[in-house]
Design a protein around this ligand. Structure first.
Ligand SMILES: Nc1ncnc2c1ncn2[C@@H]1O[C@H](COP(=O)(O)OP(=O)(O)OP(=O)(O)O)[C@@H](O)[C@H]1O
Length: 576
């Protein structure tokens, strides 16, 4: 909670001004019944027009002052709340950018999305309302009781019984409601998650005709949200009549005792009117309490969720001994007895991996699905850290490089290409800050996508995504390869990124990129791709079975022979 509200610091002055203006409104609200009592006693009951005009004018003046304070308070309250929301969204976004894959695994995307929308907005609204009215309500209760005692202590004594009763009851409601709102928030998360998965997987859902299944999943999530929200709001709404009942009883008691005392001549009529007026204002303020409880309970839940992300420890950072100026010059990669286990998995997915790729060499990694190929790739740019062993680049441990330097020298093309909405040109130049037109064209040509782009209606300016063209799998792969090539990486890593290309296009692509590159690692299922590499690494269940050239593996590995036979039959192909 404290972490989140520390974001209010830059707005301290504005919040202070807003609170002062709110106090002016409060003072007016508390003084009006007092002056009303005076007007009745000195003016109305004595038929004294001068007193009526005097007290009336004072009341109008005060009302005007309250109006001006209210408008100005609104201005400052929105400055504080919008500024706070902007700053915290900015900080959250930066924090999530720092997250490692392991950090990200702990937070589903839907939950992070809810933070930015629902949770931040919730706190923002509460801050605004606090500065406008929510802080005022308890102060009206306290001030109303104090003023009632000033006007007539014998009548006001009734408040001493009712107010502590109400405060105790409210604290109990607040505690219970806070837990209930936590549940509501989780239900919102779940609805968001189902929605997000559904929209992302719409094509698959249609292809599998799983509409009914998905509808049922959404309906269940939606029912859960409805029931949790309804239960919470009902609970809070049910507390309202209790509060008002107690307050109305005290008004009746004031009228009854006041009437008796005024007949006996011990109390002025104006005092009774003033105290009833205070009791009504206190009742009105208390009627706002259910709203305040809802807002604070939700805000507490939201603030805790945001704090959790803000204080999350980043588990993959620059090492203390990272050398600032050290850069990757040649692209030599060496694995020494590397084992790796995901933070969430039961056992290692890679065991004792050792191999070397010399600068300029091309290494193909081949192996069954789930054998650990992508996991091995992710260790090189330190998306995850190794569990045991060490990886060296240019004979230096990868931890001795700054993360930024290391990752900038690697062109990583993941298994499923991800393109951003926007023109094609931006998707390619995304790989390098201030990329020139020439660099973009060269990368696109090398990735064998230039011709295809030129055939599109708006060529490089063609929008990708909902309003633009939807590209084929192979076209997307080639754009994401162009995005990696534009960095002129010392090490290029293609994670099955040419799977959707026909053999001729793939061969042209690999030929084109080889000219510029130092080192290349390519995960592939195709023997035709692997056999042209300098070395092939055959991975099976996280273990290196063999490493060598195509010919060596054909002679040494039965598994490799089987893979080759499954793709080419008994006619083993030769290296080009
Ligand atoms: N984020 C993760 N958390 C936990 N386990 C994971 C994670 N990603 C992959 N694994 C597990 O690690 C093992 C190796 O997966 P990996 O993706 O490296 O295989 P792969 O050879 O690249 O497979 P494919 O060819 O299907 O992409 C699998 O058993 C997989 O279930």
């Amino acid at each position: 909670m404290r972490t989140v509200f520390s974001f209010l610091k830059p707005y301290k002055l504005s919040a202070f001004v807003a609170l002062c203006l709110m106090l002016v409104e409060l003072a007016v609200e508390l003084l009006l019944p007092f002056f009303l009592g005076k007007m009745i006693d000195d003016g109305v009951l004595n038929s004294d027009m001068n007193n009526i005009i005097m007290w009336g004018s004072i009341m109008i003046g005060l009302a005007l002052l309250s109006f001006i304070s209210g408008v100005t308070n609104s201005f400052y309250a929105s400055h504080v709340s919008w500024g706070f929301a902007h700053d915290i969204r900015e900080r959250l976004f930066r924090k999530i950018q720092e997250f490692s894959f392991a950090n990200l695994n702990r937070y589903p995307t839907s939950r992070l999305m809810t933070l930015f929308t629902n949770d931040v907005r919730q706190i923002q609204n509460t801050i605004f309302m606090s500065l406008r009215i929510m802080v005022k309500a308890p102060l009206i209760c306290i001030g109303g009781v104090v003023m009632a005692f000033i006007v007539n202590p014998r009548l006001a004594v009734i408040f001493l019984i009712t107010v502590p009763l109400l405060v105790g009851f409210l604290l109990w409601v607040l505690k219970k409601a806070s837990k209930m709102f936590d549940r509501v928030q989780k239900s919102i998360d779940y609805v968001n998650r189902v929605m997000q998965e559904n929209l992302a997987g719409m094509r698959l859902i249609k292809a599998f005709f799983r509409r009914n299944h998905e509808e049922k999943r959404f309906t269940n999530a939606n029912i859960n949200l409805r029931d949790n929200t309804r239960k919470t709001f009902r609970f809070i709404e049910a507390s309202m009549p209790v509060l008002l009942f107690v307050m109305n009883l005290s008004i009746i008691a004031i009228l009854w005792i006041g009437n008796t005392q005024s007949i006996a001549g011990t109390t002025e009529v104006g005092d009774v009117v003033a105290i009833v007026n205070y009791a009504m204002r206190v009742a009105m303020a208390i009627s706002m309490f259910s709203f305040i409880i809802m807002a604070f309970s939700r805000t507490k839940a939201s603030a805790e969720r945001i704090s959790e992300v803000l204080v999350e420890e980043i588990d993959l950072l620059d090492s203390d001994d990272a050398v600032i100026k050290q850069t990757v010059k040649n692209g030599k990669i060496e694995f020494q007895n590397v084992s790796f286990q995901y933070p969430t998995s039961d056992g290692p997915v890679l065991y004792n991996i050792s191999f070397t790729v010399n600068p300029g060499e091309k290494l193909a990694i081949i192996g069954a699905t789930g054998s650990g190929k992508s996991s091995l790739f992710q260790l090189i740019p330190r998306l995850y850290d190794v569990t045991n062993g060490e990886i060296f680049i240019d004979d230096k441990p990868i931890s001795s490089y700054k993360l930024e330097t290391l990752r900038k020298s690697i062109g990583y093309v993941p298994q499923s290409p991800l393109l951003f909405s926007g023109p094609i040109i931006e998707n390619i130049s995304w790989g390098k800050d201030n990329a020139t037109q020439e660099e973009i064209l060269k990368a696109a040509r090398d990735a064998q996508i230039h011709e295809t782009i030129m055939d599109l209606p708006e060529q490089y300016q063609t929008q990708i995504g909902q309003k633009g063209v939807n590209l084929s799998g192979g076209q997307k792969q080639r754009i994401s390869i162009a995005r990696a090539l534009i960095r002129k990486p010392k090490i290029l890593m293609l994670d099955d990124s040419t799977s959707a290309l026909d053999l001729a296009t793939e061969a042209r692509l690999l030929q084109a990129i080889q000219e510029d590159l130092n080192t290349m690692l390519i995960i592939t299922q195709k023997v035709s791709t692997a056999m042209n590499a300098d070395k092939i690494l055959l991975l099976d269940n996280g273990i290196i079975l063999n490493i060598g050239t195509h010919d060596e593996l054909l002679q040494q590995s039965e598994l490799y022979q089987l893979i080759v036979e499954s793709q080419f039959g008994k006619e083993y192909p030769n290296v080009h």
